[in-house]
Ligand binder design. Structure first.
Ligand code: ZN
Length: 395
């Protein structure tokens, strides 16, 4: 007799009920304590071993563990329970903390439904499914605070504890952020650059005599830089360059001597901080060759928030197991998620050399009114996670 696959144990009603319970407890970044208390209570009632790991007691993290970490690989699922605050309250059709299933039964609506309490409910549900299953190795869930506000007290703190030897280091990590059930094995990096165009301030009357208008020079530079970058990586798509702020001018009657604009550059694997800066400089230098009055200075990474592009190669056993599981569970060929790709906590695991893949549900209006997640996708996510874990820790 063959045992039914673990993925068959995924239960839609249990996932929706747990997700709803998490949504009903407000947990704006900074106020995660109550929702984490509920997770502890749920783990206790379900008989799942867990540890509270906190740098700040108001913003704890929970590590739920099953199996024997000394007996084989360790796979962790990571999800955050902090959310952005509610804004635009009048546009919500139901209370943001009153989780509601839409009339057609297809979506669960509430603050955090898509980003990403429902996905955490899936992870906890999968832990529950695995509770009495013998594993060669261990499976864990890192339920974290502080994702929306930088991660220092959340995932980064857990990874510091791991580096310090106080917490078990996983071999593999699954990130449950929204990915429309597509595989997300890489993330774009981020680099901010300020460009200061230098002109010569003067009386407006002398604008064509002694003045060099820095706003006009910046306008040329922006038009040269603000364009599609024709380069593509199959895991994340294209790089992005966008001019997002501009500052100049002191008075209505003074030709501006300076104009500073900021560039948000999203990097794909293969691009580096140096290569991105060199491209921008080359574009600006070409303008300077045609215009002796075009002068500029660059300020690289002014906010010190540069993130390198990061990737877990598709040859990783985790990517392979996930891709095969997607195919088994859905019958479809797995696709890469290239449509919308902001950063997730996955980068912190990749930065310390842990193979990391994102796979999560589809949803809408994350950070907006009527935030919602697709319930069918949550069931698929649970089945794919259970199948992936089976491939790595059971079969
Ligand atoms: Zn998120």
């Amino acid at each position: 007799m063959t045992r039914a696959p673990l993925s068959d144990r995924a239960n839609r009603d249990e996932i929706v009920s747990l997700a709803s319970r998490l949504i009903s407890i407000p947990s704006t970044s900074g106020e995660e304590r109550a929702v984490m208390a509920e997770v502890s209570r749920w783990c206790g009632a379900t008989g799942l071993p867990f540890q509270l790991i906190a740098s700040d007691v108001e913003r704890p993290n929970i590590v739920v563990s099953l199996g024997d970490p000394t007996a084989g690989p360790i796979l962790v699922m990571n999800g955050h329970l902090d959310t952005v605050p509610v804004s635009d309250l009048l546009s919500w059709r139901s209370g943001p903390y009153d989780p509601t299933v839409t009339e057609d039964g297809q979506k669960l609506v509430g603050r955090g439904a898509s980003d990403m309490k429902s996905s955490v409910a899936v992870m906890l549900h999968v832990m529950h499914i695995l509770k009495d299953v013998p594993l060669r190795g261990a499976v864990q869930t890192h339920v974290v605070s502080d994702e929306e506000t930088g991660g220092a007290l959340g995932t980064k703190f857990l990874l510091d504890e791991i580096s310090g030897g106080r917490l078990t280091r996983p071999d593999y990590c699954l990130i449950g952020e929204k990915s429309d059930l597509k595989v997300r094995n890489a993330e774009r990096g981020l680099l901010a650059i300020n460009v200061r165009c230098l002109g010569r301030a003067s009386h407006t009357a002398a604008a064509r005599v002694t003045g060099v208008n820095a706003i006009a020079k910046a306008a040329k530079a922006i038009l040269a830089l603000e364009k599609d970058i024709d380069r593509f990586h199959p895991a994340v798509g294209k790089p992005v360059i966008s001019v997002n702020t501009i500052e100049a001018g002191v008075a209505h009657n003074v030709v501006p001597g300076e104009c500073t604009f900021s560039i948000d550059r999203r990097l794909i694997p293969g691009e580096t901080r140096e290569s991105a800066v060199a491209e921008i400089a080359a574009t600006l230098d070409a303008l300077a060759r045609d215009d002796p009055d075009f002068r500029y200075e660059l300020e690289i990474d002014p906010l010190k928030d540069h993130i390198p592009a990061n990737i877990t190669e598709s040859s990783s056993p985790l990517v392979q197991a996930l891709q095969r599981s997607v195919k088994d569970v859905t019958g479809d060929e797995p696709e890469y998620f290239v449509a919308w790709a902001g950063a997730t906590d996955g980068r912190f695991y990749r930065q310390v050399g842990i193979d990391t893949v994102g796979y999560g549900p589809g949803g809408e209006n994350a950070h907006g009114a009527n935030e919602a997640v697709k319930i069918d996708d949550l069931v698929t996510q649970a089945r794919v996670y259970a199948e992936t874990i089976s491939r790595i820790l059971i079969n």
